[in-house]
Ligand binder design. Structure first.
Ligand code: MG
Length: 294
């Protein structure tokens, strides 16, 4: 239920939840429920009328420890908070600068030539899903990334196609980048979420065209053979606001599924996602990382 309008932003907030609480489903979509949700949120019709998207957001697998399914649109939208316009500035003296506005000498990737550097920023541009990956590998780390959502005068019907990117510590654990100003989606897939696992504590996003910043503290998982000794943990600040508080990840982040761990190396490249959506290219600047002593 929408308890406050987005017109009242500022100190105010929105908290849209679809009430009443519903019995959980998995695998099938209840058409009556689709109609009921659309009646409450008419703007969801453009994508809930797509059977594949309805299935994704209403009939995913049950999320462990939650009353909701993975990628469930019935999960309440986190309240919005105003974060101004500033981002952190200069990298700390002991940071490894990964992108300073000049070149991509620290990076590689399967579609590397589709990432273009211009005017001090780097922008996604491929028509296929791909990653920009660091040449170096990292385990525990503090990561700073500044990014900008593209203007989308005519947003695509699928909210996941609106400025979708992501920061992937170890290339496996996604902190989502996605427009979250006029673009409701399943909360565990919105800006500030750990994708398909944990919604942000609040919606601390800024409008398209305004620079935003992620500060992430990442601790890698530890394995003993096939066994997980300790899970990956992440603390995430979006635009200076805590959105993920020392979260133990369920596994690698996977679209529409409960994440699982597969044993991997102690250090792997950091990755930035190009979701491959036309006319929806995300830009980056001032990317740096600090290795943490394990
Ligand atoms: Mg993404």
């Amino acid at each position: 239920m929408k308890i406050m309008s987005r017109a009242l932003l500022g100190a105010a907030f929105t908290c849209a939840a679809i009430a009443p609480a519903l019995p959980q489903q998995s695998g099938t979509v209840d058409e009556g429920e689709v109609k009921r949700i659309i009646a409450e949120h008419p703007d969801y019709a453009v994508w809930l009328n797509d059977p594949a998207l309805a299935k994704l957001t209403l009939a995913g697998p049950k999320m462990p420890g939650s009353q909701y399914n993975v990628d469930d649109i019935r999960r309440p939208q986190p309240p919005h908070v105003d974060t101004g316009t500033a981002c952190a500035a200069k990298p700390p003296g002991d940071a490894e600068v990964l992108f300073d506005g000049h070149d991509l000498s620290k990076w590689t990737g399967d579609h590397f030539d589709q990432w273009t550097v211009h005017d001090g920023v780097v922008t996604t541009g491929a028509k296929v899903y791909n990653f920009l990956k660091t040449k170096q590998s990292y385990g525990d780390a503090q990561i700073h990334v500044e990014f900008r959502e593209p203007a989308q005068p005519h947003p695509p019907a699928n909210p996941q196609y609106h400025g979708n990117s992501g920061v992937f510590p170890m290339g496996l654990y996604e902190v989502q980048i996605l427009d979250a100003e006029k673009n409701d989606t399943y909360p565990d897939g919105m800006m500030g979420s750990i994708y398909s696992q944990f919604p942000p504590l609040v919606n601390a996003s800024r409008p398209e065209g305004v620079w935003q910043c992620y500060d992430i503290v990442f601790h890698r998982p530890h394995f003993d053979g096939d066994k997980v000794v300790s899970p990956a943990r992440m603390t995430v600040m979006l635009n200076g606001v805590l959105v993920q508080d020392n979260i133990a990840l369920i596994g690698a982040t996977v679209h529409g599924k409960v994440g699982v761990y597969a044993p991997h190396a102690d250090a792997l490249p950091l990755a930035l996602q190009d979701h491959g959506n036309p006319d929806s290219h995300v830009s980056f600047r001032n990317v740096w990382i600090r290795r943490l002593v394990e």
